[in-house]
Write a new protein. Sequence first.
Length: 295
Amino acid sequence: MQLRHSQVIRTLITVLSFCGLLAARDIPAYVDLTRLPLGDGHVSNRPERGSVWACRTDMFGGRRSHGGEWIRDDRTFDFTAKPMVEGTVSWAHQLTITREEDTRRIVGNGFPNHPTGEFPIGQSTQAYHYDPNPNPVRPQDMRLTLPAIPTIAASASCVPLGPIGMLVTGGVLFNALDANGEDGVAHEMQDACQGHPQRAGIYHYHSLTTCYADEGAGHSSMVGYAFDGFGLYGLRGEDGRVLTNADLDECHGHTHEIVWDGKRMSLYHYHATAEYPYTIGCYRGKPERLPRVPR
């Protein structure tokens, strides 16, 4: 199927945005947008580098994940060839993050501070043929109380299907899995900011959105909070180098000195990467949870 002109333009914008995130420093040889490692099958029942430790797996395998010619037989996928959801819709974004002594309060309506695609996905668009997502984006009552200075728990814990964190864009972070237990970034149709809604209308990402500018040199800025209170940072580590899974622990984080609430301190934190599981593979701290929502 041929891409329409508007789809080609939007695809180029997304690819250039993603490249912009990576362009601040020398790019490791592994970061090839046309051959990103496919995460299918990397679901574990314990902390494991490069995998998602999912709290539930009993519903996986019930249907085939979306996918097309961008999924390759060599277990890679071509990000530049994957269709995306068309449209530009702006929302009445609300998000406040405040610290009150030993706690951090996050209150928002789930709308991002950037435009989204048009959802439900239009039947006349290319994305619809792969993923007829019927869900509209709906406002949410996002209220979280997290520890202001989180601590590492005695043992790591699994991540649920559904919300696992909140980005500073106002969008919600899910883990890397789709509803079938496969690589959601590779298989699901998402908009130019790599987001889409699920059944309850929660607009969410399965990776770091390219619509957040991770600018400058040196260590990346913080892009959000995991629900155990630890920060999620962008792609670059202490020396400004783009990180890989090999640089991080089984939960996709590490400990060193960072700026936290305006002060420098040694603290555990997560990082986004360009390889699966993209953000958080398991929790290092004790997580808080939003009320249960449909997947």
